[in-house]
Design a protein around this ligand. Sequence first.
Ligand SMILES: NC(=O)c1ccc[n+]([C@@H]2O[C@H](COP(=O)([O-])OP(=O)(O)OC[C@H]3O[C@@H](n4cnc5c(N)ncnc54)[C@H](OP(=O)(O)O)[C@@H]3O)[C@@H](O)[C@H]2O)c1
Length: 331
Amino acid sequence: MSKQTSRAVRIHAVGGPEQLVIDTVSVGEPGPGQVRIRHHAVGLNFIDVYQRTGLYPFPLPLALGMEGAGVIEAVGEGVTHLKAGDRAAYAANPPGSYCDVRVMPAMNVCRLPDAIDFETGAAMMLKGLTAQYLLKRSRPVEGLEAGDFVLFHAAAGGVGLIACQWARSLGLQLIGTAGSDEKCALALEHGAAHAINYRTEDFAARVKDITNGQGVKVVYDSVGKDTFDKSLDCLRPFGLMVSFGNASGPVPPFAPGILASKGSIYVTRQTLFSHINSRERTQAMADDLFAVVEGGKVKVRIDQRFALIDVQAAHKSLEARATTGCTVLLP
Ligand SMILES: NC(=O)c1ccc[n+]([C@@H]2O[C@H](COP(=O)([O-])OP(=O)(O)OC[C@H]3O[C@@H](n4cnc5c(N)ncnc54)[C@H](OP(=O)(O)O)[C@@H]3O)[C@@H](O)[C@H]2O)c1
């Protein structure tokens, strides 16, 4: 029986990046349905910030991190899709990936194809599976076909650059927004058909121009408070507003009547964790992601690498909108 310990980044109180501390925790053997995985790289996600600040409340102390890649050290009873020695990657609950080694549920842990390195695996699971369900499983009632316009906010971020490339491969005309001209250039380079700097331009007016006054079939909005209202104005009649994040703050309550006056539009608030709620569904979505990455249609761009011990600096730059593409922490 191994009796090992691991460094784990935890918070003991909610608050700013200074709450992130490195603790030493004990790591046991995997129980039924669990695996023990030793990380080679860990993914940083905006959801980690929401958990740290308490926007998404959890009991404390809380070990942070929902994405990682590494090698399986041991599997518990009933786990048949993984074995010791396998390379693996995941996006999963409960949080706790910011560590060297952990025991966790096996359900969302997938074997990582040999052609995909650990850093890419750690960077792409949560963000890539999100792009997968947004583009393939969150559909407007009138359907979504090659040539259709969609609007994607924060297009130069982690989820954003993956979505730009995947949308291009589906033939969609993705209009991306981003917070600087450099970020807009990056979105265009990765497949956005148009890019709007929403710090300097009125994105709703630009969307109307680009679509000849028609509007888009879907808006994918992870920015939340700052963009929600104007995003509704970008939709065609019967269009779909997919709200999936709150980088600028949560969307305040609104009256459903506005959906009628804006063209009988639809609003949904999505989370990846409803989509990956079974082993079969997780694997099917992961296989779709692996195929576009292995086939070169989607390149996972890692623009920031931090040592695990520099996690506070990593959170600061993500929140300061100073990152592009994906960020990994290296144990
Ligand atoms: N619901 C789900 O299933 C799900 C899953 C994954 C991710 N998400 C959401 O998707 C978004 C992207 O996640 P990510 O991890 O890839 O992060 P990211 O896009 O790399 O970083 C967030 C980006 O949001 C933009 N932003 C706009 N206003 C902001 C503000 N006030 N503060 C900070 N950032 C602001 C910034 O880009 P600009 O400078 O270009 O504006 C920033 O770079 C996040 O909101 C996340 O919560 C949701």
